[in-house]
Design a protein around this ligand. Structure first.
Ligand code: C2E
Ligand code: MG
Ligand code: MG
Length: 618
């Protein structure tokens, strides 16, 4: 290409060499440089005299102008030429195509007839400032087409000066970049929004939260983070199908958004986890009110597959800066508060509390410790003897878990069993206690015909294990303990969830030859109707009733009633927590079969228990 031409086009349009090459490709029929052909050659052919008369330099310029005119007409970019006052003197066909304005309509007008109204005064002031100072401006601008439609364009403007440096024209060249923008926008949506609900996703949520925290910090204001968890989503998904599950999530997303201000953020973190970021929170009461509003909104039935479905929700709340001073802690606390809300029952909300901070901290540390304790075999059974009141002989023992720390200190089960239940660690812990208790009992009772049963507690998590029966019978086989020597203690609460299934499991255990005891009787549902249907051998009266014996009429009456009822159902009774001779005497008179308590013996480690056992068995 002729360097002069390249330079001229470059000056006028601000096009770089590559761009220019692309534009010129459109002019291929005209030929590059001076080898004019086709239309251009034809035009030039009409001017042979002129061409021959003028000097070479002038002729060259004419050629270039001609080329230039073709570029102007054929360019894909819109080109607008204005005079020094900024009034349009020429536009090209691409301009007409992009803006919808015909050339005649815009000549003599200001290009701002296309203004979108999207940019403020400062934007245009900056543009003009730079243009006057450097002679060039380029950037993205939103404009309006003749039909009113908005579109983004990449605009490049050059100020043209003549030989004496007087500003004569402005030339603007622009491209419609809607397609490019759409693609960008779609990519952005994919990266930052949840495809199902259209809510911000986890990534965007974190971005907004960081932003909200920074803003609150700057303004000295308060903000709230809410974690929202649906309690029946899995059920809907499993029983009604994924399409119904999706509909449910969309509906919930909509209801959540309906509860907050436009400046607040509702996001979906995945699954049925939603979060809300509330900015400028004046008082925590307002957050509580909003949480109530959310709960009420979600509580309304959702119609799925033509059915009314009720879903509940749990909401956990943490406040910045009151509860946490950084993002990660705030998220963690809102999450903990949500679990607390879940634990407190459906359709509740909880603020994270100072107490909860400490608990959560302890919990995390404790969970870790418990894991290690299990690995280091620090969890072992202690054994508490049971006395048969009729024969005054030892009739068995209960295995009670203890955590013996390396320094020799003991941790009681009520300090770790609930956590173990929650985390699922109870499964390996329970299995370990069962195995050791069975192995010890097998060794102690081998070759003896004494009546001695080892009672082992199982938790509801263990009770719900589908392979519970296989595991227990495998443990019996492995340890060589006859099933008749094992007693399993269950509690009322763990069987009340699904009574029929529980009854089937109990029958399974009985069929193995194992005895079944109902522990802590009187503290749970104590439903006589069910009790009749449970294949039990033993009722254990909870120690809270035994503690006040003989006491006044009230306490005695409960124990009397339980004994009468149990005997009526053909069950034997163990009284727990017997600490005094008076209690023992009271129970003996009412034909309670067995007692367990500090009076007869405390829970003790294996070696001590063996000594205790030998005293009774000689
Ligand atoms: P539980 O099964 O009702 O056990 C009886 C509890 O009463 C034991 O508490 C025992 O030490 C205590 N106790 C016995 N006699 C007396 C007495 O005369 N006075 C008083 N004040 N207390 C007495 P422990 O060992 O702290 O166990 C608490 C609970 O932890 C147990 O209640 C049981 O529900 C659970 N647990 C213990 N070991 C295991 C286990 O291996 N697995 C499961 N799932 N739970 C266990
Ligand atoms: Mg027990
Ligand atoms: Mg008990």
């Amino acid at each position: 290409m002729h360097p002069l031409l390249a330079q001229q086009i470059k000056q006028t349009f601000g096009l770089d060499a590559e761009k220019l090459a692309a534009v010129l490709a459109e002019l291929r029929p005209l030929g590059e440089d001076k080898t004019l052909s086709g239309q251009a050659a034809g035009l030039l052919a009409g001017l042979p005299a002129f061409f021959q008369q003028t000097d070479q330099h002038y002729a060259q310029n004419e050629c270039e102008l001609l080329l230039f005119g073709t570029v102007f007409d054929r360019a894909g970019e819109a080109i607008v030429v204005t005079d020094a006052q900024g009034l349009i003197t020429n536009v090209n066909p691409a301009y007409e195509r992009i803006t919808g304005h015909r050339r005649e309509e815009v000549l003599g007008k200001n290009p701002n007839i296309n203004k979108s109204g999207r940019h403020d005064l400062a934007f245009y002031q900056d543009m003009w400032g730079q243009l006057l100072e450097t002679g060039h401006w380029a950037g993205e601008v939103w404009d309006r087409r003749k039909d009113g439609g908005l579109y983004p364009k990449w605009l490049s403007i050059n100020a043209i000066r003549d030989a004496s440096a007087t500003l004569t024209h402005y030339v603007a060249i622009f491209l419609d970049i809607s397609d490019q923008k759409d693609a960008e926008h779609r990519l952005e949506r994919l990266a930052f929004y949840d495809a199902l609900t259209g809510l911000p996703n986890r990534l965007f949520f974190r971005d907004r939260l960081a932003h909200a925290i920074a803003q609150a910090r700057r303004q000295g204001s308060q903000m709230a983070l809410l974690f929202v968890d649906l309690d029946r989503f899995k059920w809907v998904n499993d029983t009604m199908g994924h399409a119904a599950g999706d509909d449910l999530l969309k509906e919930i997303a909509c209801r959540l958004q309906g509860c907050v201000r436009e400046s607040d953020t509702v996001a979906r973190l995945g699954g049925d986890e939603f979060t809300l970021i509330l900015t400028n929170v004046d008082h925590s009461d307002h957050v509580a009110m909003l949480a109530q509003k959310l709960i009420a909104a979600i509580r309304e039935p959702v119609i799925l597959l033509g059915q009314n479905v009720h879903v509940g929700v749990s909401v956990g709340i943490a406040l910045f800066p009151k509860d946490a001073n950084d993002m990660e802690t705030l998220i963690k606390y809102a999450d903990i508060a949500m679990y607390q809300a879940k634990g407190a029952g459906r359709n509740t909300f909880r603020f994270v509390s100072a107490d909860l901070h400490a608990k959560a901290f302890n919990r995390i540390a404790m969970e870790d410790d418990l894991h290690q304790a299990l690995q280091r075999q620090e969890l072992i059974p202690y054994y508490q003897p049971k006395l048969d009141l009729a024969t005054q002989r030892l009739s068995g023992a209960e295995a009670l878990a203890r955590w013996v720390k390396p320094d020799g200190s003991l941790v009681q089960p009520n300090q770790f069993i609930p956590l173990a239940e929650e985390t699922g660690l109870i499964l390996p812990i329970g299995q370990r206690i069962l195995t050791i208790a069975c192995r010890n009992t097998a060794a102690w009772t081998q070759g003896q015909s004494l009546p001695f049963k080892m009672a082992v507690n199982i938790s509801s998590r263990e009770f719900q294990q589908p392979n519970l029966l296989e595991q227990i019978s495998h443990t019996l086989q492995e340890t060589g303990l006859p099933a008749e020597r094992l007693e399993i203690e269950i509690t009322e609460s763990m069987v009340m969830g699904n009574v029929e299934k529980a009854i089937a499991v109990m029958h399974g255990l009985r069929n193995l030859g194992i005895s079944l005891a109902m522990d802590d009787f009187g503290t749970g549902y104590s439903s006589l109707g069910y009790l009749r249907r449970f294949p039990l051998n033993i009722l254990k009266i909870d120690q809270s009733f035994v503690r006040h014996l003989p006491g006044g009429q009230g306490e005695g009456a409960i124990v009397d009633a339980i004994l009468a009822m149990a005997h009526g159902l053909g069950l034997k009774v163990v009284a727990e927590g017997v600490e005094t001779e008076e209690q023992l005497e009271y129970l003996r008179q009412r034909e309670c079969e067995t007692i367990q308590g500090y009076l007869f013996g405390k829970p003790m480690p294996e070696a001590a228990f063996l000594t205790f056992l030998r005293q009774y068995t000689g």
